[in-house]
Ligand binder design. Structure first.
Ligand code: MSP
Length: 517
């Protein structure tokens, strides 16, 4: 049997507005993880998309005086454009207003109905449109939703309900017996704690507006936007439309979500799948929140920052590297302009960028730009072996970190080897060797070691800084595309072909002066 596809999903984003840094954070993490898996030779499917139904989107379209579908059609290209600018290489982009989604959602609902998982009742309670969620009084702070700072609306409606309550125990059993289904551990414990208090059935339809997918057997109801949205993860890979594709791709390997929407993903989503006896996602991973000045970032707090504000200065590589390296994946973290400048200058411009320019310019100056022949075993000094070892270890650590969904740890490992290579340059002082004709072969050996270290680094860092890694690969005179390579074979030492011609060029990451300081 062929190896299971690495299927990774991001949440699908509400299109009431354009993307902000928080949305980009989840998506970039997904892109890093999937690019790394691609380099490991895995078959990958990376899905993102937009969540277009519900009151939140309806109201923002109404406020602009346009029909919600027309609004969606107008704004979706702006989301795609940000993902392109960030070099996000998704395989598919699903919109919940597409037919391929709407039909299968109705089929799913009918199947639940036939199995008596749905019944009719009356809901009376509080609803936060910002969260698109019913709230209990003790979810509120001073009568307001803590996430949106608004008072929830009072709703009394005839609704259809999903028998969520009967899944509390099966979910507890699931997370207790298979802890890797829900990560990080602290979040799993929170979810388990709430599950142990029991679950209420869930209202899954609305009658007071019609921007949604109709309940197939009772079209005055539309399906609750969260139920509609969660189903994107299976409708986009062929549920109820292309059975073979569905069998091949589902279940997801990793579903990335922010901690604010963990309950939907860790409780409601698996319960829906259990109700139809469908396979469950292998891992749901909740990351933390980006904060600005210690506060959650949101447009309403006027701190919503567009990814373009950063892209213009730091480029997509700088953006991607900063967020994955600085804000530990899984925890909350503070974003500040100063810290982006600091990270960019120290890790990219100085550590990696300078290493690349120094090595390439020394090869061009001392060896006429030609890669020498690889050293034989007995030509290697202990320091050379150490450089190899550090890099081999860094690659192993990266693989373990990606397995553990820790982009931050993966980057720490890669940069340990960047630093080792810089220290090696200082230790072997090629400029001194170049002055002594008797040391010619030693000079070739150390520059070969460094050039090959750069080749490995361009492979290791392509998932996070694809633009610069690709350029470095080209400057090393290497042929083909990095994405056609595989870590298991190309990740070994000494594969840089002798005779290749290197090129020097502008800094990979020009230093940035911080105008704010
Ligand atoms: N449409 C729902 C998801 C449906 S998935 C079946 C939704 N959309 S959202 O646009 O509001 O948020 C999408 C993601 O962005 C969530 O994972 C959320 O955690 C993330 N972020 C929004 N603001 C964020 C920060 N300030 N920091 C980090 N991530 C944040 O929820």
């Amino acid at each position: 049997m062929s190896e299971q596809i690495y299927y990774l999903t991001t949440p699908i984003y509400y299109i009431n507005d354009v993307p902000h840094l928080g949305h980009a954070y989840t998506t970039v993490a997904g892109d890093f993880l999937t690019r790394f898996r691609r380099l490991q030779g895995r078959d990958v499917h990376f899905l993102t998309g937009t969540d277009e139904h519900g009151q939140k989107v309806l109201r923002s379209a109404e406020a602009k005086g346009i029909a919600p579908k027309a609004w969606a059609d107008q704004i979706v290209p702006r989301w795609k454009e940000v993902w392109d600018a960030l070099d996000v290489a998704y395989d598919d982009f699903v919109r919940t207003t597409e037919e391929r989604h709407e039909g299968p959602v109705q089929a799913f609902m009918s199947a639940l109905h036939e199995r008596d998982e749905i019944y009719q009742g009356t809901y009376e309670g509080l609803y936060c449109v910002g969260c698109e969620e019913f709230k209990q009084p003790d979810d509120l702070v001073d009568g307001k939703c803590p996430l949106h700072g608004t008072e929830p609306e009072v709703v009394k409606e005839e609704n259809y309900f999903f028998r969520l309550s009967k899944y509390a125990q099966p979910l507890i059993d699931l997370y207790e017996s298979e802890p890797s289904r829900l990560l990080p551990e602290a979040r799993r414990n929170e979810v388990l704690g709430k599950l142990r208090q029991g679950l209420d059935d869930l209202s899954i339809s609305r009658v007071s507006f019609d921007w949604g997918i109709p309940i197939p057997w009772d079209s005055k109801h539309v399906i609750y936007v969260w139920i509609d949205a969660l189903l994107n993860y299976i409708t986009a890979v062929g549920y109820d439309s292309e059975e073979e594709t569905f069998e091949r791709i589902w279940p997801a390997s990793v579903q990335l979500v922010g901690k604010d929407i963990l309950w939907f993903h860790a409780v409601i989503w698996p319960a829906m799948l259990m109700a139809l006896e469908l396979p469950l996602p292998e891992t749901i991973f909740a990351h933390g929140f980006l904060q600005v000045g210690g506060e959650k970032m949101s447009k309403s707090k006027l701190t919503g920052i567009s990814p373009h504000d950063l892209l213009d200065t730091f480029g997509s590589d700088g953006f991607r590297y900063y967020f994955m390296r600085e804000i530990s994946f899984g925890q909350d973290g503070n974003f500040s302009w100063e810290s982006v400048v600091a990270r960019y200058n120290s890790d990219l411009a100085n550590d990696f960028g300078n290493l690349a320019s120094r090595v390439l310019s020394m090869i061009s100056k001392y060896l006429e730009g030609e890669i020498p022949s690889p050293p034989s075993e007995d030509e290697l000094h202990p320091g050379d072996r150490e450089l190899h070892d550090v890099q081999r270890k860094a690659l192993e650590e990266m693989i373990d970190a990606v397995d553990a969904i820790s982009p931050t740890e993966a980057l720490k490992a890669a940069w340990a080897s960047v630093r080792r290579a810089n220290a090696y340059v200082e230790e072997v002082t090629p400029w001194a060797l170049a002055k002594d004709e008797a040391q010619r072969r030693r000079l070739e050996v150390v520059l070969y070691n460094l050039a090959d270290a750069l080749r490995l680094l361009s492979l290791m860092t392509w998932p996070i800084v694809p633009k610069a890694a690709t350029e470095l690969w080209r400057r090393l005179g290497l042929e083909g595309q990095i994405q056609e390579r595989e870590l298991a074979t190309d990740g070994r030492w000494g594969l840089l072909p002798a005779g290749a011609r290197v090129e020097t060029g502008a800094p990979l990451w020009p230093r940035i002066e911080d105008e704010t300081s």
